[in-house]
Structures are given as C-alpha cells and as structure tokens.
Design a protein around this ligand. Structure first.
Ligand code: GDP
Length: 524
C-alpha cells in the first residue's frame, strides 16, 4: 500500500478570467466522481454568495471570489483541487494559494492565447518551480492556428512544450481530438455534441480515421500530427516535474474534451506532496510528525457564525482529529477539535488527513496567514509572500464612536489578505494598501455589512509602498526618524516606506545605500 503522502495530488487551475476555469473545475469533479451533476460548483457558490452583501458586488460584476478546496478520490488517489479566485484584483490571495499546491493546470482560451493574468500566475508558478500541464480550451469555437498557439505559449513563457492531444478541426469544423501518445481518437457519435466515443487506432495513419474525418481536414490534420511530433520536445517526466516542460492537451471543457485526459495525466505524472523549506531545515512529507502552514484565512464564510476558517496545508505526518498542535508564532498549543475538509457538495468535519491535504481550522481570529503548526518543533515554514500594495488610501471614519468596530474590520479583512493595514508614524488614521482598485468597494461594503461600520477613503499623496530592511538596526532607526513622514508600520510592526513616485523612491534609495527597499516581504 502506498504511504499516505504518495496518494495525494494537490493542484490548482490557473487562467485568465473567462478561459474556462469554472467549467473545467466542474468537469474534473464530475468525471472524478465527486459530483453527480456538473453545474454544482456554481450553484453552491451562488447560494453562498447570496448570503452576504459584498459577495453581491462580485456577482454583479461576474467575478467569482468564493475560493475553497475541493477534495475527491479517484483512481485510488486523493485529488485536492485548490480553487483560486480568478480576477486580477484578488491576486495576492491567489498567489498565496499557489504556495500550497504541488502542480497546476494552465487553461488557455484557444482563440486568445496567452492573456495577462495567465502570464502573471505562470510567473508565480515558475518562481516556485511548480510543474504545469496546459489545457488549450474552447477548441469547439473558432481558434487560433494550432502551431501559432503552441509557438506563442512556448515563446512568451519560455517553456518547452510537449503536445499530447491535438484538435482535429476547430470551431464549426471541430471533429474531436487525437492523442498522439497512445493513438486514441476522442470524438462524438453526432458531430458537434459532447465527447462520448473513443476510437482506438494504431496511430495517425490508421485507415479507420478515413471514415471518421472529412478528407481535406484529415490530410491537414495528419500533416499537423507529423509536424507536432517532430517539432516539439518529447515528454520528459523530470523536465516536467522541474517546471521546464509542459505537456499540452487541446480540448473543450464545455464539450467534455480534456477533463478525463487531464485526470489521467495528473494521476500518472503530477508530483506527490513535495518537501517544504523552513527556517531550520527542510521537512519531508514522509516524516511521522504532523506539520503544516496556513496560507489563507477566511472570515465570515457563513454569516451565522462569525468565526473564521484558517486553511492549513499539511506538510508531513498523519493528522488526526482532536490532535494538539503547537502554533509556533505564539508558542501555544491548539487543540484541533473540528477540522474541516471541503468536498464538492459539502464541507465536513474530518477525522484524519495527510500530507498534501488542506484542512480548515475554525478559530476566533487567533490564527494568521503564515502560521506554522507542528507537534512541538520550533520551526517556521518559509516562502509565503506579502506583496507591495499599489493603491494607498487613508481610512476616514465619519462616526467616531465606531473605532473599535473599524479596528476589528480592518484586522479581520487584512488577515484574509483583502487589504493591508498600516499605522502611520505621524497622525492616527489607518492607511490601507491594496493590490487592486476593486477591493476598495469590497472593503467598504463588507465593513458595513459584517461590522456595521461606514467608512470612506481619502487619497494620499503617496502611491507606492515598499518594506524596509537593514543589517544595521541603528542605521534603520536613523533612516526612519529622518523620514518620519514617509514611514508607516505594517501589522507585524515592520517598517514600510511610502513614496510619491518612482523618482522619489529611486532618489531615496540612491541616498541611502545601506537600506534595502523590498517590493515583497516573506511573511515568515
Ligand atoms: P472562468 O471565468 O475561467 O471560470 O470561465 P468559465 O468556466 O465561467 O467560462 C466562461 C465562459 O466560457 C462560459 O460562458 C462558459 O460556458 C464558456 N466556456 C468554457 N469552456 C468552454 C469551451 O470549452 N467551449 C465553449 N464554447 N465555451 C466554453
């Protein structure tokens, strides 16, 4: 029997909004046997969304922010699909989610090619050497030429590609897809309908295909297969697992082309849970003792319970319900009574979980993003980034009797990663920092709906924020007092420099060569 960590495949889907992530998620859950009917991901999401005002905003703007973990068993393996919010305004949360996966599926719209958000998320995967399987989606619609797409992906991302499943025709001429690795032809009984038939062939020259594909198209497709198999890299497991090469499947999530091939491929090649770096040593998934880190905290998931859920990725050991774990930052032991796992249709209290799994720990605000839990060892997992905000505002509170509610709202929402909160050295109003402008509206309406506090925002003359670091504490102190009007502190007490422009930042850097100005900061 494989050890528990060998059975887990923990992955996320990265894509630009509208490329088909939700559709693919539903189909993976459906073909993975987790749900009876496709369409339930959205239905559930909508039910949950209706509960809270801020979620209405998302609904109106057609953005899905309900992010969670979906676990299902398939082919004797446990698949954990971590959902990442798709809109670029929520990228910080998305980036952090990517620290908790071992591989990713990159979905690309066949008519659009590489889009901005795909590229950003790909860069995050590359930084962490996360292996990627590519799905070129929507082949049932008019699409770019297959080679043009492959070359575009290969060149823009500097990534070797190994095409495995290629389309035969696209748009109204879409016949199906051909698997060049095993000769399977995926098609449908009735042209244009969903995938419902596999024809096994001896290869692309097999005469069976002559009866199934129109003559002219078949000729072109045969030529394409030939070129595709010689013009691109051969699949190499090591190169894929190191993040240098991506196998490519062309398909249509809507018409069921792709999801089953992806599930098979993940089962076959996607890496099992990896080792995790920490402040003192690297923790391997086969270690007996339980350890994990929190990559996300979500407040008010359910308006009936004001609790929050901290999402912890287990890095090692077999976790059991009721276990006592040490929260390393506070050096306190926490009894995990009701760990939650998330299934397609429900969330349930679970009795056990293994490396690669994500459990939700309900808490009253004591657990933070970046927290490490162990069975007592004093180590902290590293590598969870905080990003320099691009939008800064001063928070105005018209009703000054509500200071307490404001503090609570800002702290909770900062905990979730929706905003960053800074305390100025001079003056007393909070300053918030955001990565996307849409978050201002979300912050405002959540503060009102969930904490009963009306807030406004005032623009600042500053529009850049960077963290400060210096080997020499005394020099840092001198810098801070000389620039008191520009320096604020984040929630952890780390100093942050605010600048009006890139020019001011560069100028300050030049004059203070001993100070390091950082665009990202590791939370640990
Ligand atoms: P997301 O924003 O990436 O989650 O994208 P969705 O899954 O919500 O899909 C966006 C739109 O594209 C929806 O209208 C889907 O029905 C449609 N769509 C998704 N996949 C396909 C596909 O393979 N073919 C076609 N024709 N439409 C698709």
């Amino acid at each position: 029997m494989p050890a528990s960590h060998e059975k887990r495949r923990t992955f996320a889907i990265i894509s630009h909004p509208d490329a088909g992530k939700t559709t693919l998620t539903e189909k993976l859950l459906y073909f993975g046997g987790a749900i009876r009917m496709a369409g339930q991901v959205k239905a559930r999401g909508e039910k949950r969304r209706a509960k809270s005002d801020w979620m209405k905003i998302e609904q109106e703007r057609g953005i899905s922010v309900t992010s969670s973990v979906m676990t299902f068993e398939h082919k004797d393996l446990i698949f954990n699909l971590l959902d990442t919010p798709g809109h670029e305004d929520f990228s910080e949360d998305t980036y952090r989610t990517l620290t908790a996966v071992d591989s990713a599926i990159m979905v690309i719209d066949a008519s659009k090619g590489i889009e901005a958000q795909t590229r950003k998320l790909f860069e995050v995967c590359r930084l962490r050497d996360i292996p990627i399987i590519t799905l070129v989606n929507k082949c049932d619609r008019e699409a770019k030429d297959t080679f043009e797409l492959l070359d575009e992906i290969q060149e823009t991302l500097a990534l070797d590609l190994s095409p495995m499943v290629l389309p035969i025709g696209t748009g109204s001429n879409f016949h199906g897809c051909f698997n060049i690795t095993n000769g399977d032809y995926y098609t449908s009984e009735t042209r244009g309908e969903a995938f419902d038939k596999i024809v096994e062939t001896t290869g692309f020259d097999d005469e069976k295909l002559d009866e199934l594909v129109d003559g002219q198209l078949l000729e072109e497709a045969r030529e394409m297969m030939e070129l595709a198999s010689i013009g691109y890299s051969e699949f190499d497991l090591e190169s894929y697992q190191e993040g240098h090469l991506s196998p490519v499947i062309f398909g249509s999530a809507l018409k069921d082309y792709g999801p089953t091939a992806l599930l098979d491929l993940i089962a076959e090649i996607a890496p099992m849970p990896r080792s995790a770096p920490s402040t003192i040593r690297t923790v391997t998934p086969d270690e007996k003792k339980v350890s994990g880190f929190v990559f996300k905290v979500q407040a008010n998931m359910d308006s009936n319970h004001r609790d929050r859920v901290a999402f912890m990725r287990i890095c090692s050991g077999d976790f059991k319900r009721g276990m006592k774990l040490r929260q390393v930052r506070t050096n306190k032991d926490v009894m995990v009574h009701s760990p939650i796992m998330f299934f397609a249709q429900d969330r349930e209290v679970v009795h056990g979980a293994g490396p690669g799994d994500v459990i939700g720990i309900p808490n009253h605000g004591t657990i933070r993003v970046g927290d490490t839990f162990t069975e007592g060892e004093n180590l902290q997992f590293t590598g969870l980034p905080a990003f320099a905000p691009e939008i800064l505002r001063r928070v105005r509170l018209p009703d000054t009797t509500k200071v307490k509610q404001l503090r609570r709202a800002l702290e909770d929402l900062a905990e979730e990663g929706l905003t960053q909160v800074f305390k100025p050295n001079i003056g007393s109003n909070w300053i918030i920092g955001l990565v996307g402008i849409l978050q201002l509206d979300v912050l405002k309406s959540r503060a009102k709906a969930e904490y009963g506090v009306e807030i406004d925002f005032e623009p600042l003359t500053f529009n850049m924020a960077v963290w400060l670091k210096c080997e020499d504490d005394a020099k840092l102190k001198t810098f801070i007092s000389a620039n008191a009007g520009n320096v604020v502190h984040d929630r952890e007490g780390s100093p942050v420099f605010l600048a009006k422009s890139q020019w001011e930042l560069d100028y300050t850097k030049e004059r203070n060569p001993d100070i390091i100005f950082m665009k990202t900061r590791e939370l640990v």
